[in-house]
Design a protein around this ligand. Sequence first.
Ligand code: SF4
Ligand code: SF4
Length: 130
Amino acid sequence: MPIYQYQCQKCGKCVSVCRQNAIFQAPGQYPQIFPELCSACGACWITCSQKAIKTKKREIGRIYQNKISEDYYLITGEANALLEETGPVVAEVREFAQKFDSQIEIKIPYSKKIAKAYSKGSLSLSLKEV
Ligand code: SF4
Ligand code: SF4
């Protein structure tokens, strides 16, 4: 994440909010970010009123998608080793799972019990006879 010096006012707020101590600022100097310590929490670029911190995508973990059975998928995530703040990884995995869930067709066995619940409006799944 570069800091645009022509926008930075050396206020030091980004340094104060970084819980990972990933930003160093010598007295009177521009701050410097150490990417290897950064967890990508976003606190610094949200705090910076000058919009001087530019974001750049980088890999902080992986998402795995495994098909367990015909109608059952397992979505899991893994954070990079030494990543202290895993919240962004969890958020990405959740978002991926929600998008994935909305893309697959829900297939459940047709039964009279489900059909009855559906006709009463108490079930909002799209039913498909399998
Ligand atoms: S918060 Fe923004 S303006 Fe202030 S020191 Fe950090 S980068 Fe510069
Ligand atoms: S994104 Fe979070 S951890 Fe990374 S430098 Fe900014 S405040 Fe620190």
